[in-house]
Write a protein that binds this ligand. Structure first.
Ligand SMILES: [Zn+2]
Length: 271
């Protein structure tokens, strides 16, 4: 189970629309998130946006107190396609010094890891990361590598969809459900809200039966009933806010049906 910890104004279709006056919701939405996870007594991985920690260092303590894992979700939530290796490296160094340890896991904002941004694998490996969880083995208007493996593997730095046994960095692809040759990206966000919970459960079961974990994610702002809603175009509004109020119900359904752990605990116990 993974949480992308960010503000309501960080998502791709929202970030350019916000003015300089942005209401801060992180404290409330983090509290709701932690209490949901506590209710089901599980440890999750939190992919955290660095800037939030710079402003509110207590976020880290709150996550650690509950025994969840801290991982990195970019310093300013900029997708990899707008960065370069040296910038990513300095973002990582800044984040590591904020949290006081070497971070082990990364999730690219907007799942922006693909063939064009595979340079990031080398940067992550050289900064001591053990795993990445940014690949969506599906095709969506914004992201996705449709022919990537759907189970954990060590990607080659020259061909992201190929396994390289000598590589150090693990990739934990996000959950997809293959239906009639099409991959549905059911792991979280809009797609988790859009598809019925039974379909997501079927996708998890299918992977578990083969002996593999399913990587699920949600955003803290998806649980916050007071997340501000901006006027966006029809499509962008739909993708960002569709069935937002149903997120807690959907997650509770999955949390009661399956056992979830953090990526750190998975690596320590199963790889
Ligand atoms: Zn994000």
């Amino acid at each position: 189970m993974t949480v992308d910890l960010e503000e309501w104004y960080h998502p791709e279709y929202v970030r350019d629309k916000t003015s300089s006056l942005k209401e801060e919701r992180i404290q409330q939405s983090l509290k709701i998130t932690l209490s949901l996870l506590n209710e089901y007594n599980l440890n999750a991985t939190f992919f955290v946006v660095g800037k939030l920690v710079e402003r509110r260092p207590e976020i880290i303590e709150k996550i650690r107190e509950n025994n969840h894992e801290i991982a990195f979700h970019g310093y300013y939530h900029k997708p990899l396609w707008s960065l370069e290796a040296s910038v990513l490296r300095s973002e990582i160094e800044k984040f590591n010094s904020l949290i006081g340890e070497k971070c082990r896991g990364f999730r690219a904002p907007s799942f922006s890891l693909n063939d064009r941004t595979k340079w990031a694998l080398k940067t992550l490996e050289s900064c001591g990361f053990e795993y990445d969880s940014s690949l969506f083995p599906a095709k969506t208007p914004l992201y996705g590598v449709w022919d990537a493996p759907t189970t954990p593997y060590k990607p080659s730095q020259s061909n992201i969809v190929e396994e390289d046994e000598n590589a150090k960095l693990w990739e934990f692809p996000l959950l997809v459900y293959r239906l009639k040759g099409v991959s549905l990206p059911v792991a979280g966000g809009f797609y988790l809200r859009f598809f019925p919970a039974s379909l997501v459960a079927r996708a998890i079961k299918k992977l578990n039966r083969q002996g593999f974990p399913a990587v699920i994610f949600f955003h803290n702002w998806e649980l916050d009933p007071e997340t501000p809603r901006l006027r966006l175009g029809l499509y962008k509004y739909f993708v960002t806010y569709h069935k937002l109020r149903e997120t807690p119900k959907k997650l509770k359904h999955l949390l009661s049906k399956f056992e979830f752990i953090s990526v750190r605990d998975y690596i320590e116990n199963y790889t």
